[in-house]
Design a protein around this ligand. Structure first.
Ligand code: ADP
Ligand code: ADP
Length: 227
């Protein structure tokens, strides 16, 4: 079943002679439960694409359908709600709220939605993430790997259909990188979540079901990994 459909998406930053075409007519689809790696040189448009898939940056033209919803047809309020419920976003530098503790950072999407926090579910998630001993700590009291696990918790708390990660291991050593990837793969398999990860790390890309290569804002290669 198709969960994501990208149709003729282009993105231009700026105007006139200094305009930059970051994405040039990108189209592809992703099935529910697929794990896709996006690779390509720096400046090729990977982050722009991920932000457009995540509903945080508007395309200049084209459409993005998530679970049949044309997300850029939604108004801003509807899109914000859709994003919190259906999309989990993970960044290289975590983007945690510095004044909130681990528990509060993970529960944030629920709190923003005025939804009740299921404390037992939250405890279970924190345990899976290996954060049970750190629930009252602030982000700056955590190691990089721990901060990334908090940001994964925040991305997964709503069981989103789509998990998008922009270089989630880019700031971590090999051991921490693989641990983070294992957590993402676990959730991908257990909940049949769709996982899209931008990475420079070949060891990570080769664990995906499919690798999409981007160059100069275009898809150069789209290959299924057979194992
Ligand atoms: P990647 O993630 O592959 O490194 P990006 O999507 O970050 O690539 O960038 C693609 C192109 O768009 C680059 O040329 C970059 O300089 C440009 N770009 C990215 N964000 C902006 C922005 N906010 N304003 C202007 N240009 C941008
Ligand atoms: P790692 O070896 O995993 O990169 P660190 O050496 O940064 O981790 O930290 C080791 C442990 O000390 C971690 O469990 C972390 O939670 C804790 N820690 C790190 N920095 C602080 C701090 N400023 N305050 C309290 N605890 C900290």
């Amino acid at each position: 079943m198709e969960i994501l459909k990208v149709e003729h998406v282009s993105k231009v930053y700026g105007e006139g002679p200094t305009a930059v075409k970051a994405l040039d007519d990108i189209s592809f689809s992703v099935n529910k439960g697929e794990f896709v790696a996006i690779i390509g040189p720096s400046g090729s448009g990977k982050s722009t694409l991920l932000h457009i898939l995540g509903g945080v940056d508007y395309p200049s033209s084209g459409n993005v359908y998530i679970d049949q919803t044309n997300i850029y047809d939604l108004n801003e309020t509807q899109l914000a709600v859709f994003r919190r419920r259906q999309i989990g976003l993970i960044y290289q530098f975590y983007n945690l709220m510095p004044v909130l503790n681990v528990r509060e950072n993970v529960a944030l999407p629920l709190l923003l939605d005025h939804r009740k926090v299921d404390e037992a579910q939250l405890d279970e998630l924190l345990k899976t993430l290996g954060l049970s001993e750190r629930v009252n700590h602030l982000p700056n009291e955590l190691s990089g790997g721990q901060q990334q696990r908090v940001s994964i918790g925040r991305a997964l708390i709503n069981y989103p259909a789509l998990v998008l990660a922009d270089e989630p291991t880019g700031n971590l050593d090999g051991k921490n990188s693989q641990e983070i990837l294992e957590l993402l793969k676990l959730s991908n398999k257990k909940y049949n979540q769709t996982l899209i990860v931008i990475t420079h790390d070949e060891k990570i890309a080769l664990q995906a079901d499919r690798i999409i290569s981007i160059e100069d804002g275009r898809i150069m290669k789209d290959e299924v990994i057979r194992r």
